[in-house]
Design a protein around this ligand. Structure first.
Ligand code: AMP
Ligand code: MG
Length: 417
């Protein structure tokens, strides 16, 4: 046995997340947006309905509105005294009569059921109708308020809007919604090896140079979350440039997000720069990929602080730490109430015989048999794994997987929304 140099233990992911969320005090700024533009935004107020939806009892079929008691047996005939199409309103229905009615039209007062036209025969050119089926009271009637009742909280403060919620808000007459303002996020990539696509063609890339891929997915991920992103591009690997970039980014932003430069090498300048300009509150998490993640604050010359989150440079590490740590943090800044990751239990259709000391997030994909396959190369530099995957397997530290085992699977779809 050799004595390994003692290092502080890595922080468990759940502890790190708890600490981060404790720091993510909602920003509290709100704005009114057009309901059309509210997709993905977080509601800043409860949305209460000022009316019933539907507003009136109405027909869910094309047919005839009747008093069910008037059609007690098949073969009954009634006079047709009115015609009511969607958008119209009829007259009270006299006993012993029927109203021709169409889907969505309000039921006339007195009627309590609709007989669909397939269960009728029109007589005398539509002046009378014979019923071939007997309606139960309430048949084919959509009751007023069956979707939404007046005074009901339809959407809750802290909810993140999605298309169905936008439709619901519109359905109660709201053309605008009060939502959390977009968090202002400054993004930069570090690394002297980085080249922007388009700047140099692939065949002319210098030895050691690579294209900057993190910048593209990180910007897109932030935008999907509803952030107002200032992309500061690539910052070189030296202390002065790193300090200058952090200092100016802190001024007009709520969060500074960086990629690369947070490991332990001499070319990793982010960590000491953040310590110099503010504080580094958290560094290194017991997760794979993503160990070098860092969190802290950068002081503003004008007072106050910006949050700082440093993601590892390896693309898959950057991607996974964004989804598991940055995403809930930013959602909380916006006042979102649902921060957890939706997970499900699925069957592993592969073996993972070697345990790891860290909790692992394996890039995996559901197969047609309802089980999970993993991408063969789980290296944190292989971004193809993240593109191939439709989810992450949350695999506990020290455990192995045998074919057929139940594992915890986090679908990417919701994490990417
Ligand atoms: P670092 O965390 O800076 O030590 O970087 C770790 C690895 O990720 C290195 O191989 C870097 O070249 C690579 N890397 C860093 N930043 C990026 C980036 N923006 N796009 C693609 N690869 C990167
Ligand atoms: Mg680097």
């Amino acid at each position: 046995m050799t004595d390994a140099p003692r290092r502080p233990p890595l922080m468990p992911l759940d502890d790190a997340l708890q600490r981060l969320l404790a720091q993510a005090v909602p920003l509290g700024m709100t704005e009114q947006v057009d309901t059309f533009d509210a997709d993905g935004r977080v509601l800043a107020q409860d949305v209460v309905s000022a009316l019933h939806v539907p507003p009136h009892d109405n027909s869910s079929m094309d047919g005839y509105a009747v008093r069910a008691a008037d059609v007690a047996q098949a073969g009954v005939e009634l006079p047709v005294t009115q015609r009511i199409a969607a958008g119209q309103s009829g007259q009270p229905l006299a006993p012993g009569s029927a109203a021709r009615i169409f889907t969505g039209a309000p039921l006339p007062a007195g009627a309590d059921a609709v007989v669909m036209q397939e269960d009728t025969e029109a007589l005398e050119g539509g002046a009378r109708v014979r019923f071939t089926a007997v309606p139960a009271p309430g048949q084919w009637v959509r009751a007023a308020g069956e979707d939404v009742t007046r005074g009901a909280v339809v959407l809750q403060k802290g909810e993140r809007l999605a298309p169905a919620g936008m439709g619901l808000a519109a359905g109660i007459g709201l053309a605008q919604l009060c939502v959390a303002a977009r968090p202002r996020v400054a993004l930069f990539s570090t690394g002297d090896e980085l080249v922007m696509p388009g700047a140099v063609p692939p065949e002319q890339m210098a030895p050691g140079a690579i294209y900057n891929s993190n910048r593209f997915f990180l910007r897109a991920l932030l935008q999907r979350l509803g952030c107002d992103v200032t992309d500061l591009g690539i910052v070189p690997d030296n202390r002065a440039a790193t300090l200058a970039a952090l200092q100016s980014a802190a001024e007009a932003h709520d969060l500074i997000l960086t990629s690369g430069g947070v490991s332990v090498g001499e070319e990793d300048h982010i960590k000491p720069a953040v310590e110099q300009l503010g504080s580094l509150d958290l560094w290194q998490i017991a997760m794979k990929p993503g160990k070098p993640f860092a969190y802290g604050h950068v002081n503003r010359a004008t007072g106050g602080q910006a949050h700082f989150m440093g993601l590892p440079g390896n693309p898959v590490s950057s991607f996974v730490t964004f989804l598991l740590l940055v995403r809930p943090f930013v959602l909380k800044l916006m006042g979102a109430t649902r921060l957890d990751v939706p997970a499900m239990t699925l069957r592993a259709d592969f073996d993972l015989p070697r345990p790891d000391k860290r909790r692992e997030f394996l890039r995996a994909r559901r197969n047609a048999q309802g089980g999970l396959d993993v991408f063969a190369n789980q290296s944190s530099g292989v971004l193809t794994s993240a593109h191939w995957a439709d989810g992450l397997i949350d695999h506990p530290a020290g455990a192995t997987i045998a074919r057929g085992d139940a594992v915890r699977f986090i679908p990417l779809a919701e994490l990417l929304s």
